[in-house]
Design a protein around this ligand. Structure first.
Ligand SMILES: Cc1ncc(C[n+]2csc(CCOP(=O)(O)OP(=O)(O)O)c2C)c(N)n1
Ligand SMILES: [Mg+2]
Length: 768
């Protein structure tokens, strides 16, 4: 017998033995499960009272859980258990691909009953019973068992991820799918709790009622993850300032993270007594206790709009996953103790003690559930799966260029613009620097889009480290422009939740070097949500990041030029404007793409060019540009992934972006004086790259010099060379880049960064 089959057998035998043994239960003498019991109704020896008990009465004195509800939840618990068994059975036939189960955690069904079906939930992967219980609450009830089975089989018909992963989620059930990255959904949950009432307060249609609370569940080992620690801190930090934070974090504590023991008492010690975070505890194997405690916790969160931590003591049955030999790291007595605490036995005991079911009827119910689930599972054989890359990738990056173009051209009414700009419209002001152009564009966008929020470190009162967000707080108020806690994971989490709640978040990351500690919130969370929900859920956002080098001070942390971590995130749009006019148009494009397609955009602003005024000579004003009035936004629209060519020289094409554009245009001017005619292609978008523009401009001269301020290894120039190779470019290509180094402090920075003389020298040798 395979190990999986043996374990399955052990659980089955345990259940079959335990239930009939309940007939001997008295509060004083726990049941004896030494003898195998019968598996049919004949096993029921404790007769039910003549006068059947009232299902509307409490299942146990003092509990709010009625017998009827307990029965419903028991059915969810039973089906969840059988889905775990079915998962292993399907796996053994190579028809299922996922065996992390919920056995031992089925008490979470009571969470669903304690919440409203309209409360959004982001669930731990052991929350199958919750999902089934919530599916049963829907009108008409959803076929939760079918959903989960399709997920196990990676079937294309699975309703949320469409065969891309086995997740728990459905838009009709307000269950937002989570990834398997431990705790990574908590920053989003905090952001959603922060935003859930805000959309309504801003007068916008909101996906969830204003008094909804957000449920996020995690395991006990997960509570230690820095992502969880940061999210809990941010939730408490908001509550401490009396900001609404209706968040219920549930810890399903089975005492183990795969094989690693959580020190006994640790979760309670770590989560209780924290300022701003109310702690509740329940025995997760006792359905009535979970229900009563969850009701109290949910009520507290809803009434106070303040976060709570609900700690459920649970057991884990059947190992971490199907292939996990837990006997290798757990003593038999420990495993047996978990089996003895089986929450299904606990609920059976509740129902039997209440006279609602006899032990035999419990077994019948168990067997009927097994038959239903296995029958469904057997019918799944051959359910079509995704087969082509196109099918798999369909939800990754929806793009509707026409909607984006029209969205980008939309402005607020003149009256609202005047109010926002303080009567002096930017188009009648002087030519703008990059920082001024971004500031005016943000102002215009906030005036036109009531759901847009601007937030980050120092963006509000100070107006940004470089003044880019100056005046926005005064014009739009703290409800829409605000400073955040100093935690990039939380800033992005806020964006993830706000986008989900129907708002348009524009978070700022103060420096590119400080994105990296939080990048998984973009990679693992933002970019995967449409993928694993087939677009049912989306998290539009435009993340502004001040970045790149050449600041002349600050060393690495203020001069980071690493964009590789962003370029390979599927679906992510990476904008890299250099000139003020491009920045304005590209920011409008990003905002419109976020709105129209739910796009996740990163808008990488070159700090060194923020206040640059001149290009070729002091006082020439070559880097300042007039601000376009709204009636020119349509004609000036910059589509995603389109570059811009400066000049029409025929000797050499310089491909560049960011600070490289400024350096290259200066170099081109010097080269022209020596008779070398250059055209300079500004990529403008680093993802997706303007491949067509690159190939066209390369073919125009036959010689390409890539001037790339990012690193030689992993930098943008590698991708441009790949575009040239893929496109069959037959001319010559060379590149000048920054070194594979961090940027040092002071003048030494110049030693490792791309420079104008380096561009000129390479250009001369290529043009020769
Ligand atoms: C960030 C991250 N690191 C590692 C893993 C691999 N992993 C998957 S589950 C798990 C243990 C989680 O334990 P716990 O939070 O207690 O949940 P349980 O499985 O016990 O319910 C680990 C380490 C992961 N999914 N995510
Ligand atoms: Mg655990």
């Amino acid at each position: 017998m395979s190990q999986a089959a043996a374990e399955r057998d052990a659980v089955e035998r345990h259940f079959a033995r335990s239930i009939p043994a309940l007939r001997t239960v008295t509060p004083e003498a726990p049941y004896d499960d030494g003898e195998p019991g019968p598996t049919t109704a004949a096993g029921g020896q404790r007769a039910r009272p003549e006068q059947g008990p009232d299902p509307a009465a409490a299942v146990r004195a003092g509990s709010s859980l009625t017998g009827a509800r307990c029965l419903e939840l028991f059915d969810a618990q039973l089906a969840s258990r059988h889905l775990d068994l079915a998962a292993r059975w399907l796996r053994s036939r190579n028809e299922g691909f996922y065996t992390i189960g919920s056995s031992g955690h089925e008490g979470n069904a009571a969470l669903a009953a304690a919440l409203r079906p309209s409360d959004p939930a982001l669930l731990h992967y052991r929350s199958c019973a919750f999902y089934l219980a919530r599916a049963a609450q829907a009108t008409p009830p959803r076929d939760g068992v079918g959903d989960v089975l399709l997920g196990l089989a990676a079937a294309a018909a699975e309703p949320i991820a469409g065969g891309r992963h086995k997740v728990l989620g459905h838009a009709d059930l307000n269950v937002i799918p989570t990834t398997s990255t431990i705790a990574s959904h908590l920053p989003r949950a905090v952001g959603l709790a922060f935003s859930v009432g805000r959309a309504g307060r801003l007068g916008l249609a909101a996906p969830w009622p204003g008094d909804a609370i957000v449920l996020a569940s995690v395991g006990d080992a997960s509570v230690n993850h820095s992502t969880a620690a940061g999210a809990l801190n941010t939730a408490a930090y908001c509550a401490y300032q009396r900001l609404p934070m209706p968040l219920l974090v549930v810890c399903e504590d089975n005492g183990l993270g795969i094989s690693v023991r959580t020190p006994p008492g640790w979760v309670a010690a770590a989560a209780s007594g924290r300022p701003g975070l109310r702690y509740f505890h329940a025995d997760g194997c006792d359905l009535a206790d979970v229900y009563d405690t969850a009701l109290a916790a949910a009520e507290w969160v809803r009434r106070h709009r303040s976060p709570a931590f609900l700690h459920l003591s649970m057991v884990r049955l059947g190992g971490h996953a199907g292939a996990d030999p837990e006997t290798a790291y757990r003593a038999p007595a420990e495993i047996a103790a978990d089996l003895a605490a089986d929450p299904l036995i606990g609920t059976a005991r509740l129902l039997i003690d209440a006279g609602l079911l006899s032990p035999g009827e419990v077994l019948d119910r168990y067997e009927a559930s097994r038959a239903r689930v296995l029958d469904r599972a057997a019918k799944l054989a051959g359910a079509p799966r995704l087969v082509s890359a196109a099918q798999v990738m369909a939800p990754l990056a929806p793009r509707s260029p026409e909607a984006v173009a029209s969205g980008a051209a939309g402005a607020a009414e003149e009256k609202a613009r005047r109010a926002a700009f303080g009567d002096r419209l930017p188009e009648s002001g002087g030519p703008f620097t990059l920082a001024q152009a971004i500031n005016a564009t943000l102002t215009d966008a906030l005036a036109a889009r009531p759901g847009m929020l601007v937030f980050g470190e120092d963006v509000a009162r100070k107006g940004g480290v470089y003044g880019v967000t100056k005046g926005l707080l005064a014009a739009f108020g703290a409800g829409r422009v605000f400073d955040t806690v100093l935690d990039e994971q939380s800033i992005l989490g806020l964006a993830l939740g706000a986008g989900l709640a129907g708002l348009l978040p524009v978070p700022e990351i103060q420096y590119l070097a400080y994105l990296h500690n939080a990048a998984d919130q973009l990679r693992g969370e933002a970019a995967t949500l449409p993928f694993f929900s087939q677009g049912s859920y989306r998290n539009p956002m435009v993340v502004r990041i001040a970045g790149y080098a050449y600041q002349g001070f600050g060393g690495h942390f203020h001069n980071d030029n690493s964009v590789a971590a962003l370029r390979d995130i599927p679906g992510l749009i990476l904008a890299s404007p250099a000139r003020p006019d491009d920045a304005a148009a590209m920011l409008r494009t990003c905002l419109a793409a976020a709105e129209a397609d739910g796009s996740m955009c990163v808008f990488l602003e070159p700090i060194a060019l923020y206040h640059t005024r001149d290009l070729l000579a002091a006082g020439d004003g070559g880097w300042r540009v007039a601000y376009d009035p709204p009636d020119r936004w349509a004609s000036g629209h910059v589509p995603v992934g389109r570059g811009r060519t400066h000049g029409d020289g025929t000797d050499l094409t310089i491909v560049t972006f960011g600070n490289g554009l400024w350096l290259s245009l200066r170099a081109a001017d010097r080269l022209a004086a020596d008779g070398i005619g250059c055209r300079v292609l500004d990529l403008r978008w680093l993802a997706p790259l303007p491949a067509g523009d690159i190939l066209r401009e390369a073919a125009a001269t036959g010689r390409v010099l890539i001037a790339d301020e990012t690193r030689r290894t992993g930098g943008v120039s590698e991708a441009v060379l790949a575009v040239l190779a893929d496109g069959g470019f037959e001319g010559r290509a060379a590149r000048v880049t920054s070194e594979d180094s961090f940027v040092p402090l002071g003048d030494a920075a110049a030693a490792v960064l791309l420079s104008q003389p380096a561009i000129e020298a390479a250009a001369r040798s290529l043009a020769r």
